[in-house]
Write a protein that binds this ligand. Structure first.
Ligand code: 6PG
Length: 239
């Protein structure tokens, strides 16, 4: 069973996730002069992004070398309250001085879900590759659903068997249904994968994922050559 990093509560989880992410950003920039991070959706990562958007990180990190992507996105306008891009923009991106070329939203409003997935894959061609030729993010943030989904990879969805495509359009049971998601090969190509999991509602799914229950999509995130950490709070993991 994988041992999670257990924090006292949601705020302590956000503080530790920000610290770990800041460390990984600095390590990536030292190593290769750049950092590509895939942000997670949902609500759990919001606290972490707010800490990264405030001093000291706002002031001290090499943001000009960082490129922002997403591990999944709801197929809604970027201004929609359900947009993962909007959550990250308000919590973090608006607080940094970034150029448009550093921020890569999955949805651009000009095309349907499948075309948007193909267009996003083209943007990922800029990234370094892993041993299997898949784009390799320096940091991959992921959440966990109560059903064991992560990104927009839901239990029983054939997309879980996707072995070639990097980005897919899917319909998920969690509203809004139309979504774009990175596929498992992309998640598993990352140098560092950080799951952020908070709340009693995630307890059963987290326990099964840590035990390696492959029926849950999140349990299939096992980076071949990367650092995998579960940052959880006491509500999600009473121990
Ligand atoms: C999404 C997410 C999804 C999320 C989990 C947890 O777009 O919905 O990427 O995978 O991370 O559902 O969501 P919460 O953090 O809101 O509980």
């Amino acid at each position: 069973m994988i041992e999670p990093v257990v924090l006292h509560g949601p705020d302590a989880l956000a503080v530790e996730a920000a610290r770990l992410t800041a460390e990984a950003i600095q390590a990536a920039v030292m190593r290769r002069g750049a950092c590509a991070i895939a942000l997670a959706g949902g609500q759990t990562p919001k606290g972490c992004y707010e800490y990264l958007g405030r001093p000291p990180y706002q002031r001290d990190l090499p943001w000009e070398q960082v490129s922002f992507y997403w591990s999944d996105e709801r197929f809604v306008p970027l201004t929609d309250v359900d947009s993962n891009f909007r959550m990250a923009r308000l919590a973090l991106l608006d607080r940094l001085s970034l150029t448009n070329s550093q921020v890569h939203p999955m949805v651009d409003g000009a095309q349907g879900p499948s075309a948007a997935a193909e267009a996003y894959a083209k943007q990922l061609e800029l990234l370094p590759r892993d041993a299997n030729g898949f784009p390799r993010f320096d940091i991959m943030h992921l959440g966990l659903g109560e059903d064991g989904h992560t990104a927009s990879l839901f239990p029983g969805d054939p997309v879980l068997e996707e072995a070639r495509a990097w980005v897919r359009a899917v319909k998920g049971p969690k509203p809004p249904p139309d979504r774009l998601t990175l596929t498992l090969p992309l998640l598993n190509a990352a140098r560092a994968v950080y799951f952020l999991v908070s709340g009693e509602g995630k307890r059963r799914a987290l326990e099964a994922v840590l035990r390696g229950d492959g029926r849950l999509p999140a349990a299939r995130v096992r980076p071949a050559d990367g650092d995998l950490r579960y940052l959880v709070d006491r509500e999600a993991f009473p121990g």
